[in-house]
Ligand binder design. Structure first.
Ligand code: NAP
Ligand code: FE
Length: 367
């Protein structure tokens, strides 16, 4: 198989990456818009570091802090307008996947005022997006290294990705210390997301060569951290660095391999029941790994070598997934399944054994 690996994100990795490399910002202009959620960027210390770096370089900035979880297209468009008002030459996203994904869309809206909100999915616009700089504060999505942004359509409440060469950050600052302020619950849900990326990508046929090396590197590390999170019920600070690094490797895997069925099936739990993204995907770990054992036995053996027996892994993941008693009837599951029109030839087909719509509906009723 020919592998088409594309990973153009420039990552500056390590403690004090932002402050020690403030000159990097100057390469992109004299004014910027910083985009964050409500409070995570500040609590993490990343916002303070970025402001100090910009100050040092004599760069002006404005802050837009209205990005919520699972970013809405309307918020991205509004921030695009804020970028134009601030005469921003570039955008800095600080936060978890929500803030980082949002800036990839904001950069497009900022330079294309005529673009109708929903037309961002058409991926056709007159002007190139503004340059984007990413500063991650969660250890989950790997958005720092992916050419993907997951956006929520205000009208339908459904999540859909945009992807492409214009969706990469120019530079990503990766300093694991910014993840230290995440509470236990966010640490768990984001770590589950990183784990799902690594294993869903690992079990696709595209995971060969360099992607396989990434999987071998991060699956044991993330799994060990998840097991410790499950045992301790609190976050040992020593987990922050391996979890963050693991999430970046996992991002590199999905960037080439994509995700499998737990992602689109999990979206239903986020869209309709407010379950955090990583927890929602990991809710389908057990049926996923069972299918892998059936249709991809060699890789399952390798998965067990990297972690533990699949029975033990299922117990560990289940102990971290709290769905607060959600129950979905067959009728509702059938209604939700209309959303998977694109996933059936996509993520479902790339999953071991190629999942059908009916099988996915059944999974929803069995959570
Ligand atoms: P998130 O939605 O970005 O953040 C979750 C929560 O954690 C927010 O309340 C946030 O607060 C808070 N937070 C973030 N960093 C913190 C810190 N250091 N200290 C304290 N609180 C902090 O979560 P995420 O899981 O990283 O991102 C999920 C989004 O990414 C979803 O929309 C998902 O679909 C998408 N995603 C993207 C990719 C990709 O390749 N691009 C892959 C998988 C998933 P504030 O809101 O106040 O900041
Ligand atoms: Fe994800």
């Amino acid at each position: 198989m020919i592998q088409n690996v594309y990973m153009p994100a420039r990552c500056i990795v390590g403690e004090n990456a932002v402050m020690n490399n403030s000159s990097v910002f100057s390469a992109y202009g004299k004014n910027c818009l910083i985009v964050t959620g409500k409070s995570g960027a500040e609590k993490s210390g990343a916002l303070g570091d970025v402001e100090a770096a910009l100050e040092k370089e004599g760069i002006g900035w404005a802050v837009f802090n209205e990005i919520g979880e699972n970013p809405l297209i309307s918020a991205c468009r509004k921030a695009g307008e804020a970028a134009r008002q601030a005469k921003a030459d570039f955008i800095v996203g600080i936060g978890g996947g929500s803030a980082l994904d949002s800036v990839k869309a904001i950069a497009i809206y900022a330079s294309n005022p005529e673009l109708a909100p929903i037309d961002i999915y058409k991926r056709v616009y007159a002007n190139p997006p503004l340059p984007v700089i990413l500063v991650g504060t969660t250890a989950g999505t790997g958005s720092e290294v992916t050419g993907v942004a997951v956006l929520t359509n205000d009208e339908t409440g459904l999540k859909k990705s945009i992807k492409g060469e214009d969706c990469y950050g120019k530079v990503s600052f990766c300093d694991y210390r910014y993840t230290a302020s995440m509470p236990y619950s966010v640490t768990v849900s984001t770590a589950l997301d990183a784990f799902e990326h690594a294993i869903e990508g690992f079990f696709t046929e595209k995971c060969v060569g360099v992607e396989l090396l990434f999987a071998e590197k991060c699956i044991p590390v993330i799994y060990k951290c998840l097991k410790k999170l499950a045992e301790d019920k609190t976050v040992d600070p020593a987990l922050r660095k391996p979890l963050y690094e693991g999430s970046i490797y996992a991002g590199l895997i999905i960037n080439t391999c994509g995700t499998a069925f737990p992602h689109p099936v999990g979206y239903v739990l986020t869209e309709n029941y407010g379950v955090p993204h990583g927890t929602a995907c990991a809710a389908f770990f057990a049926p996923f790994i069972d299918r892998c054992a059936r249709f991809s036995p060699e890789k399952t053996k390798k998965f067990e070598e990297m972690t533990e027996s699949i029975d033990e892994a299922k117990k560990v993941i289940a102990s971290l997934v709290d769905l607060k008693g959600i129950k979905i009837s067959p009728e509702l599951a059938h209604k939700y399944s209309e959303r998977w029109a694109a996933a059936i030839p996509g993520n479902f087909a790339s999953s071991p054994g190629s999942l059908t719509r009916e099988e996915a509906e059944k999974m929803l009723t069995e959570i």
